[in-house]
Write a protein that binds this ligand. Structure first.
Ligand code: SF4
Ligand code: SF4
Length: 597
């Protein structure tokens, strides 16, 4: 046994190692990414870890390993589960052999996501059990219990940490890792192949498992009843910690039910809870999943209060203050007037592409190349390059989900034939879900231009590799798939590959691609600046600057600021010497210079 300070995601990874996981696959997505990053850093030769091309692929890889009797885990963020839902639903019916955990991190807030969706609904929808950890320590233990449960009932189990659990750190007591059990191997059985008659039978079995698991859950330590007064409080996930803190600090007399497995509900323990309280307040982030199940179970015997009664908001993260305010209002306690804490005025800092980011150059060049187009629509996508929407670039008119820039552009082009639709996709997004959209554009001969912003990495989530990078998650060399070759194989006839910092050539390539009638593509290749060595030179503004501010107004590079004389200075510690600004200055005032001058 050893104590270690762990982030929640590390605790999940270490819990999986202790549980004997053999195969882990996933797609990077905040707040889940560090689960796989930790497993990569652990370099355990018994575990095969991979960044898959998307979440559906990752889930299917993990399912195959579990068919063969290996313990497997798949990781993703909540929106990633949308991509993986198809195999997940069928897998619930088919079942597995080795234990399989589906770790899906939810993002109340949301801090870095396009939705605030609640994975517990997916668990209910798919008839799969879900564990909802309240802390890193509990996440470490829950992942092990989830593997055991999965193997016992031969179905995948969802682990659903939220941002605050994933990214908080705590001291976790790590147990000894037992010797790995051998993998039984795949046993051929007709049940591995889903057919209507089989799914009818399996559906019945799946429903029966829910009841058995509910009974089992009532005895799990993750579900607990803390006896107190007749006022009941039911909590799920990280809200448990906030409630415990408020109850402890103000000495509140309540009976507390901690729900660690929100689906299926541990009905024996919840029944015990409902029989001793006169009302219940439910505290849970995102949707009223526990609240609604308690409402059904209580069948009017006990009032159930929470989001549905307006005591708590449906959106955003909870915190000590919001839980305190809900508890006080539920218990009829008048909060003492506290001196309003005066928060300092934070400087406004809108999200912006980094200084020297190659995407800035690509966006700007597309803008220049399309300035005479009657109506150009720019279809963005998910990644760092979504930031191309900000002024002064204003180059993202739509952004829906991974890979959708390419397909939304096609829909727009069909609806508005006179417009020119330009879709942007990063290299990782291209492999994730971009390719089927490109095939569709070629098949339907839709007139769009695809710009693949290839910075040789999955930058937004922390530089994970992908099939185009030539290395695996474990750092081994791999075949680097060529985006250009794939585009050609998909049938795209007009393809150009350019360096976005070769300004004139890039603008000309974009013009040609936009003029081409039918699907065309330009691949802009330049590494993310965080993967480059610091250059020895930078750009400087000399005395011929006329203060027109064209450089700032058109590019918005954060290395450039106006000085007190109305001219421009370049911050040498930020400048990456990309030279984009020198193409914009009308009087040639921006030149390369020595970094140390
Ligand atoms: S060269 Fe110009 S555009 Fe490039 S990072 Fe430096 S200041 Fe910014
Ligand atoms: S574009 Fe050139 S002249 Fe105008 S402010 Fe920038 S550096 Fe000065």
């Amino acid at each position: 046994m050893a104590n270690r300070v762990c982030m929640g995601n590390e605790a999940i990874a270490l819990g999986a190692i202790k549980a004997g996981v053999r195969v882990v696959s996933g797609y990077p997505g905040t707040p889940s990414t560090e689960i796989i990053e930790t497993l990569i850093n652990e370099k355990d030769p018994n575990i095969n870890v991979q960044w898959s091309t998307n979440e559906k692929v990752a889930l299917e890889v993990a399912a195959g390993a579990a068919y063969a009797g290996a313990r497997s885990m798949v990781t993703m963020k909540q929106v990633g589960l949308n991509v993986a839902t198809d195999p997940l639903m069928s897998l619930a019916y088919i079942g597995i052999n080795g234990g399989m955990v589906v770790a899906v991190a939810d993002d109340p807030g949301p801090w870095s996501s396009q939705t605030e969706q609640d994975t517990r609904h997916f668990a209910k929808h798919a008839n799969l059990p879900v564990f909802d950890p309240s802390s890193p320590e509990e996440a470490y233990e829950m992942v092990q219990a989830a593997f055991d449960l999965s193997e016992e009932f031969q179905i995948p189990v969802i682990l659903r940490p939220t941002t605050r659990v994933c990214h908080a750190s705590a001291t976790v007591m790590l147990g000894e890792v037992p010797a790995l059990k051998p993998v039984s191997g795949f046993e051929k059985r007709p049940e591995w192949t889903i057919f209507p008659a089989l799914s009818y039978k399996k559906h019945g079995e799946l429903e029966a498992k829910q009841r058995m698991m509910s009974d089992k859950f009532s005895d799990l330590k993750f579900n607990r009843l803390f006896s107190g007064g007749t006022k009941g409080v039911a909590v799920s996930g990280v809200s448990y910690l906030y409630a415990k803190e408020v109850i402890g600090e103000f000495g509140l007399d309540v009976t507390l039910l901690k729900v660690g497995t929100p689906y299926p509900m541990p009905e024996k323990i919840t029944e015990e809870f409902l029989s001793v309280v006169e009302s219940v307040l439910v505290l849970e982030e995102l949707d009223p999943v526990v609240e609604e199940q308690l409402l059904i179970q209580s069948a009017g015997r006990v009032p159930i209060l929470g989001k549905r009664t307006g005591l708590l908001p449906w959106n955003g993260e909870y915190c000590f203050e919001s839980v305190k305010s809900a508890l006080f209002s539920y218990l009829g306690i008048k909060a003492e007037e506290e001196a309003a804490s005066v928060l300092p005025e934070f400087p406004k800092r809108p999200p912006v592409l980094c200084a020297g980011c190659p995407h800035r150059a690509s966006f700007y060049e597309v803008k220049v190349a399309t300035k005479d187009v009657k109506k150009a629509i720019y279809c963005g996508d998910i990644g760092c390059y979504t930031l191309g929407n900000a002024a002064p670039l204003n180059m993202v008119d739509t952004c829906l989900c991974m890979g959708a820039g390419i397909t939304v552009a096609q829909g727009l082009a069909l609806a508005e034939p006179g417009s020119k639709c330009i879709a942007f996709a990063g290299d990782s997004t291209f492999f994730h879900t971009g390719i089927p959209g490109i095939i569709n554009a070629v098949y339907q001969n839709t007139d769009i231009t695809l710009v693949v912003l290839d910075n040789h990495t999955t930058a937004m989530t922390g530089h994970q590799p992908h099939p185009g990078t030539g290395r695996t998650a474990m750092g081994k060399p791999a075949k680097a798939l060529s985006i250009e070759t794939i585009l050609r194989a998909c049938g795209v006839e007009h393809i150009a590959t350019v360096d976005p910092f070769d300004y004139e050539t890039a603008v000309a390539a974009f013009r040609e691609a936009v003029d081409f009638c039918g699907p065309s593509a330009v691949i802009t290749k330049a590494p993310c600046i965080f993967q480059m060595k610091r250059p020895e030179t930078v750009h400087r503004v000399n005395s011929s600057c006329i203060g027109c501010l064209k450089c700032i107004k058109q590019l918005g590079c954060p290395a450039m600021t106006p000085d007190e004389n109305g001219k421009v200075v370049i911050n040498g510690s930020l400048c990456t010497d990309c030279s984009l600004c020198s193409n914009v200055c009308p009087v040639g005032a921006i030149k390369r210079g020595d970094r140390n001058v």
